[in-house]
Structures are given as structure tokens and as C-alpha cells.
Design a protein around this ligand. Sequence first.
Ligand code: SAM
Ligand code: DTB
Ligand code: SF4
Length: 362
Amino acid sequence: MSEIRHNWTKEEILAIYNKPLMELLYEAATVHRLHHDPNTVQVSTLLSIKTGGCPEDCGYCPQAARYHTDIEGNDLMSVQQVKAQALRAKSSGSSRVCMGAAWRNVKDGPEFDNVLEMVRTINKLDMEVCCTLGMVTENQAKRLAEAGLYAYNHNLDTSEDYYKDVISTRAFEDRLDTIANVRKTNVTVCSGGIIGMGEALEDRAGMLVALATLDPQPESTPINALVAVPGTPMEEIEPVSIWDMIRMVATTRIVMPQTQVRLSAGRTDMSREGQAMCFFAGANSIFAGDKLLTTPNPDVNEDMKMFELLGLTPMKPFVKKAQPETVEAKDSNLQPLGEKPKWTRPGHTIERNEEARLTRSK
Ligand code: SAM
Ligand code: DTB
Ligand code: SF4
């Protein structure tokens, strides 16, 4: 096993990212083999349990209420709907369901109680349960843990520097605070980001510094390629090159040897050859299902054909960590505290976000 370092610098990470490609691939593939079975890939199915209408101004996101995108908004799904979708995901080979809600933060009350019931229900189907619900307090994280949550996804998205050009309604530290709250429980942390938002290579390295210097490092790290959705401030950004994706995956693998590096949004634009290079470079998980949250994803059958072609096998649930126990609502010792997570009000505006708010989509 190679050692896990928590003192990576931006310069070191940039030097890795910029290595001649064959050197980079060889090093990443070597680290990958020391820590993981290179022929096994963890498969998660995303489920948007509450879609659209979000008060935040994340410049990449089609679900922000202030932009004029074509997505169909939806109130919170029912527990029964979620159970039916989870069973479908299980039968198609997924070991994890990741439930996403277009919320700024979790609020105690009936909706959160329903989400807790969804967590209990999916855990009882013997699948790993992940949620991505925005900011959470320590008490909310504990209640999720008690319900049987396996992972919480909360992305840093980019470097601390570039964050200010992407989002103005919260700050980078707010993301770190939520991750710290999740870390106070036995729920695993899933945190990564997006490339192709107009950031510099230094920002990609900066984001990896922030993730790799967390101790412990996240158990899962999604690397998303921006999906440029019409109506968002980033609608006109050109797609990121596959070579950048391969380099980002390889660098993530080297600096975070144990994490599951997740090849996330953007796979519809990637060839099988491109994805194969990402797996070789250390990616060992994907989001499957014909939809991400609101945008398209490759067809499940196509993904299974790709797995067959590459000799990859979907990972069974709870290989990395034992299944959490579920405490029923009636047996819970934790009370809702009605508190809000603390967050910063950065007090700046981002011109392109404002423009997108004011302009109707063309
Ligand atoms: N509202 C919650 C939050 O922001 O944490 C959870 C849902 S949010 C949609 C989850 C993540 O999806 C974001 O942090 C971002 O990394 C990713 N994402 C959203 N829109 C995207 C896009 N257009 N392209 C790539 N990734 C995107
Ligand atoms: C993550 O890093 N990527 C997923 C998941 N975590 C929640 C979401 C991608 C969303 C892409 C845009 C959309 O479909 O709305
Ligand atoms: Fe809201 Fe999350 Fe989208 Fe930001 S990324 S606008 S917080 S749903």
C-alpha cells in the first residue's frame, strides 16, 4: 500500500497533473492496483427526490430557481416511489442509491422525516444509501446516520479561490463545515467537484489540495465534467476535453489512493475508449441510470455492454464498510432541534449569474 498523505501542496499536485501522459497513467494505475481491485467498479443510481426551485445561485446548476432552464420541477417524492425506484436500480446492478434534493440546507420537519424514512427503506433493501441535500447540522447528520445512511455527498466543486466566481450565496467554508458535521458520525463522506467551468489548472489542483488534506480523506470523490445547460450562466462554455478528464482522474487517484474516484457527470459526451482510459487511470465508480439528476446519462444497457467489453464487474454493496444499522423513528433518541446550519453571506454578486437571472433563455 502506498502511504496516505494529508500535506499535499498545489505545486506538487500541478506537477503530477502536468506529467507526460504515459508517466501519469502508469503512476495512477500503479497506485490504483495497490489499493483496489482494478476490475471492480461501484455503481450508484441517482434519484432526484426533489427537483428544481433551489434558492442558491450555483452558476453551473439547472436547478437554481433564478435561472431559466427547461427542467421539470417536482416536490418531494413519496417513500413508496423511492422504494420502487431503488428496487429497479438494484435489479439493474446498482449497489447504491444517491438521493438528491435541490435544497440549500436541510430543514427539520415532515419533509426531512420523510427523507429519513426513505433512508431506512433503502437500507433495508440491502443497498448503500447516499443523500445530497445541501448543508446539514451535526444533529441532522446524526439523525441521517441513525436511519442507516451510508454516505453523504457534498462537493467542494472547485478551489476556494474560484468558488467566489461560481457561487455567491454561500462560501467555501460552509461546504467544509457540512463535511465536518458528517464526519462527526459514521456516515462516509462523498466529496469532489466539477471541471470545465472556466477554471484554471491551478484551481483543479487547489480543489484537490482541499480534498486530499482532509483527514480522513473522503471515501468517495466524484469528478464531474460540467454539463452546460441552456439558461444557466455557464450555458456557453465549451465541453472539457477527455484528456483533461483523464488527467484529473489520474491525479485524484494518486493523491487520494483509497477514495472511490467517481466518473460522474459528462459521460454522455465520452467515448468508451475515453471512459476506459479513465478506469485505467483509477476511476472505480460511476453514476448509472438514464438520468443524472435532471440531465441525460448513458443508457444502463450501454453501460453494461461497456463493462462486459472491458471485463469490469459491478461492486457488491458494503464491501468497503459494513452495512449501518437502521434505528426506527419510534426508537430514536435524537430530537429535531429546529436549528439551521450556520452559513456565511459572502455579500458579493457574480455578473454572469446576474445576467442569467435577468435574461430569458434564447
Ligand atoms: N443541493 C445540494 C448541493 O448543492 O449540495 C445537492 C444537489 S447538487 C445538484 C449536487 C452536485 O451536483 C453539485 O455540487 C455539483 O457538483 C453537481 N452538479 C450540479 N449541476 C451540475 C452540472 N451542470 N454539471 C456537472 N455537475 C453538476
Ligand atoms: C455529483 O458529484 N454529481 C451528481 C451527484 N453528485 C449528485 C450530480 C450531477 C448533476 C448533473 C446535472 C444534473 O443532472 O442536474
Ligand atoms: Fe441548489 Fe445544489 Fe443546484 Fe446549488 S447545486 S443550485 S445548492 S441544487
